[in-house]
Structure formats: structure tokens, C-alpha cells
Design a protein around this ligand. Sequence first.
Ligand SMILES: [Zn+2]
Length: 307
Amino acid sequence: MNELEKRFSTETDCRSYLFFLRWPNGFICPRCGHNKAWEMKDGIFWCMSCSYKASITSGTIFERTRKPLKDWFRVIWWITSQKYGASAKGLQRMLGIGSYETAWTWLHKLRRAMVRQGRDRLAGEIEVDETFIGGEKHGGKRGRGAIGKTLVLIAAQREGKKLGRIRLRCIPNASAETLERGILDAIEPGSVIRTDGWLGYNRLEDLGYTHKIIKTDAVVGDNLLPACNMVTSLLKRWLGGTLQGAVSHEHLDYYLDEYTFRFNRRTSRYRGKLFYRLLQQAVITDGVTYNEIKRGIRGPKPVTYNF
Ligand SMILES: [Zn+2]
């Protein structure tokens, strides 16, 4: 933290770092693509060709923020240094800010930058399954039709016997159409996908995957999809522990993003790398307002979630 305060002690320090993340090869006008600009004060760049005034923070999660970038950097550092995740209460304490609402909003803005959905898909050997959050699988159709719980699609990459990276997302149901969309978004075609014998997975071969069905007539209690089972239990422990179950279903997708971000970088030994990664994603993620977050609307992203 001391090192961070030294490195980013002024707004100018923070802005030059954002500049480097956003335009690593030098300024590019967001409107006309020209590469020369006059640098004005407060992080404004005036395009020499079309006179457009580009703000270093426009089109990033820092857009329209009234708080100093220095504070944002501190928060990002703090979040990425929390091994098990960050709660709004913890952030409120760290920042010494009075309002829980502000801390909550900051966290949600940053969660939106944690996973770039639709990019960087998993590849190789992947297990896929669904789980209910807020309840257990039970009832008819093996629980896939239960009411009042949130269904989450899990894709877990296997690297030999070890767990690789994961992707998680809320899904409205376990129909073939829903599952296929989720899988296409999370997994590269050509990969090997293991699932149980649920009918919703029947057409995966048509989508370009190699599909291996793990027989469902095995003895109950067999660990048929060990990677998915492991992820499910870790995720539930995290939701119940760090966040003390205080997750509303409208926002579950964002918590899943945070969990995924941390999980996929769990072996990263340098916290500084997570800090860098989150900032890097923050400058390419559009900003959202408190009201938009409250309504549970995803920031304007390239991939639609309404399926
Ligand atoms: Zn321009």
C-alpha cells in the first residue's frame, strides 16, 4: 500500500498510467482515429485533426466519477489484495467513507470490469453443469425446473487432474437453447465438453464440440463431474462466507464475475498483477451509474445477456 501511495500520489500520476493502459502506442482519437492531440488540463486530449476533446476517463468505469482517481486506485489495490473477496462494509472501513451506499456502488462498478464476457473463452477439456444458488437440486426433472432459486451454469476447465479456469453465469432455465448460448459464450468450439446425460446438452456436437456424456445411471454419490462439484462447493462457501449470504439474485451475475476473476487468478503470486489486470479491464469497461446498478442493468457491453 505504501508503494502504491508513492507511485500514484497525484492525479497526474494516475492519469498517465491510465493513458498508458488505454493508448499503449500513443493517443488515438476515439472519434476520427488521428494520432496527434494537445494535452489540456484534467486529462483532456484535444484531437489536432477533428478538434474532439477526449477525456482519459470517457468510456471507462471512471467516467463521470467525482472522486479522485487516486481513491479509485487505492480501492482497486485493496480489492485485489483481499484474498477472499471484498465486502462493501470492509471497503467502507478501509476508505473511511461515511456511506455504505458509496462503497457498495464502487464495488459494483469494479465487478463489472472483472470479467470480459464473450472474450477469451475456455478451451481444452471442460466440464459443464448447472447448480442452484440458494437451494439444492431436488424435485422433478432433477431439480432443473425448480422455482425460486437461481440457476447457474458452470464451465470448469480441467488440466489433467487439476482445475484450470472457470466461467460462471446465471441462466433462466436449463433448456437446450439457453445452455447452448451459455456454452458458446464460454467455450471455444473444438473443445471436449463433459456433461451428464441431460437432454439440454444433446446438440453440442452440432455446435462443433466433442461431447462426452458421463453416464447418469452410476451409483448415487459418485463424483461424476468432479471439477464442477468442486467449483460449486467453493462458490457456495464464498457466497455464504465472505459475503455472508448478502447477495441479491438480481446482482448474482456480478458476484459470479468477481468470483471468476479471483478464481482464475488464484495461483498468481503477485498481487500487483491482479491490480494491473483489473485496471486494464476498467479502462475498457463502460461506466454505469448507481441507479443503473440498482436496477440490475448490465453496463453497455458488447455481449447481450437477455436470453
Ligand atoms: Zn479526432
